[in-house]
Each structure stands twice: as C-alpha cells, then as structure tokens.
Design a protein around this ligand. Sequence first.
Ligand SMILES: Nc1ncnc2c1ncn2[C@@H]1O[C@H](COP(=O)(O)OP(=O)(O)O)[C@@H](O)[C@H]1O
Ligand SMILES: [Mg+2]
Length: 361
Amino acid sequence: MSFTLHPVNDVHRSDDGDLVGLAEIAELAGVSRTVVANWRARDPRFPRPMVELRAGPVFNRDVAARYLRRRNRHMAHVVSTINLKGGVGKTTTTVGLAEVLSADFGKKVLVIDLDPQTNATTVLIGEDRWRELNGAGHTLVSLFTDALRRDDEPARFDLNSTLQRKVSAVTDVQTVDLLPSSLDLIDVQDRLAGMPSGRFYSNNPTDLLRRAVRPLLDNYDYVLVDCPPNLGIVTLNGLRISDGYIIPTIPDVLSTYGIPQIQTRVRAFADSLGETIHELGIVITKFREASKVHHATLRRLVDDENLPPVFDTRIPEGNAIAASAEFSTTSTLRQKYSYQGGYEAFRELAKEFISQVEDIA
Ligand SMILES: Nc1ncnc2c1ncn2[C@@H]1O[C@H](COP(=O)(O)OP(=O)(O)O)[C@@H](O)[C@H]1O
Ligand SMILES: [Mg+2]
C-alpha cells in the first residue's frame, strides 16, 4: 500500500474534498483544534483515521460530518468529587453545586451518590425515603452486588426504580435527580476488590456504573458523582464516566495531604483507558477568614504548580451550611445556605465551575 504524503491542508484542498484533518473538523464544527483533539481523546465515537500522516490523522469527510451531527446531540458533563479524607465538604460541595446549578442556572442535574456514608442521598431525599428504597434494593448497591452474584441468581438492579426524580427539599430546586447510595456499599466495595481475576476479565469491575447509566447520562446537563474517600473500585467506577474531577478540601495540612496521590492515581487510570480525566480544580471549603493556617495553606496550594488549579471562590465555614446537611424543607437556596455568604459562595462557585467544565468540553 502506498500513500501520497500531502500536508493535511493540501489534502483538504484536493479536488474531491473527501478527506479532512483535525483542523478541518474543527472548522466544520466551529470549535478550536484543541477541542477536537479532546473529543478524539475522550469520545469513543470519534471516527478512526483512514491514515496517520506526519501532519496528523486524516479522516473521511462524510464520516467526520456524521460524527459531528451526532455530537450535536446533547452530551452531559460528568464530574466526580474526590478527596481521600472524610469531613472535608465533598458532599456539601456536590449537593450545593447541584442545587445551585438547577435553581439558578436552569441546568438539569443528576447526582450519583457512590459514598457508603450516603450523606448526599439523605440530604436530598431524607432518611425515611432512603430506608424504603434500601429495603427494596433500589440503590446503587444492587448494581454492584449484581456483578458479584452467581450465574444462577437473578439481577436485582433496576435503573428506573432506583432513579429518584426531582429530589431536594428546596422548593426552588426542580431539576435534580439522584441515584442513591446505601450503607451496604462498604461491604460490597471489599468484595469487589476480592473478585477473582477470571471474573474481572469478563465483568470489568470498574465499568459497572458506566454500563448501567449510559442510557441516562445525556438526559442531563451535569452529572455530579459524590465519591467515597478512597481510590478503590467504587471510586474508579465514578471516574470511568467522568470528564473531570474536583477536590474539595479544608485548607489545612491533613486535608490537603493526599492531593498528589489522587492526581497520580487518576492519571494512571485515565491513561489505562486511553482517555483524559481533567483536573478541574481544588475547592476550598470551611474557610475561616481569621485562620492563619487557612491562609497559609491556601497560598501553598495556589503556588504549587503541580497541583490542580484552585477555584477562586471559597466556601466559608458557616452554621447554615453545617445545618444544610439536614433534610428539611425550605423554599429558597438563600434560606438553606444563609444570607451570610454561604449561598453567594455556592453561586459564585457554580459560575466558575460551569466555565471550567465547558472549557474542556
Ligand atoms: N462550609 C461549611 N461550614 C460549616 N460546616 C460545613 C461546611 N461544609 C461542610 N460542613 C459540615 O461538615 C461535615 C462534613 O461535611 P461533608 O460535606 O459531609 O464532608 P465529606 O463529604 O467530605 O465527608 C458535615 O457535618 C457538614 O455539614
Ligand atoms: Mg461525603
């Protein structure tokens, strides 16, 4: 086989117009070349090149155009919330963002609770409803236990009855849905880790969530995944569907300690998939304006170029935010997160978050 090695632009200008490179695809789509390179890196539907030239890959124009038409259909932005430490505001940040994205920015949001602590679940639907769902097996735990069942046992997970629609006790929040967690996930996490390798192969344990929620994801603008404070198999399931992740942290030594490990591990996982999982940024939580330690740690985080960027917006420590962990009805987010800066902080954070996430899309 032999190819004539034109630079891509010449190929594009050739009479038949049948071949295009990344630059032409970018032009067709009206986006930058970097964006197209990102699609190519992350989107399994991206067409395969007919040939790789030194100038770059070359695609069939029709195939590329068909891909772009398909791509124009809506795609969700999926973001995981991770920190190896508990109590640093992961759940508060996930739920706060979800509610503000919905009520103030008109976004449709799915919260996926992967933490056995089930805090996001109980904040959004209350303990009573969680207990009912858990009793009926309508939590994400069923998805994972199905992977562990014997071949003669029936599958239990049912996406439709597990999906909780229009959750949140805030009246203004009308477009947040939830896939609830269960305390039983702790046990399942250990059993998944012990799955024999033969079963691993046929039933990839980090791909369970992706396969289950695939039909659902693109109904949403944003999907926020609240991960447990470790990098085990359940967290990897969250990362598997994520375009990026955020790291909420209290600006103190212990809470920020594990950030480099998270970066290394997530990069290795993304590399193993041949994809990019973007480091969207560190979110400063429970910030105390009067604390020297908080200011010093914040400076260190901002100055360290190896760490992910730090969001400008800091979530202040506040009683109303602490109380927001309870499932009790309020009509507005301002009432839930207080008039003393809590609500404004989440709204500002959401603005930054949207621009960060849409940047990588
Ligand atoms: N900005 C804040 N001000 C005051 N309390 C907060 C704030 N953020 C979180 N909390 C409280 O701290 C505790 C841990 O927060 P949470 O979001 O559950 O952390 P994680 O999910 O990382 O374990 C909860 O009781 C929560 O209500
Ligand atoms: Mg939590």
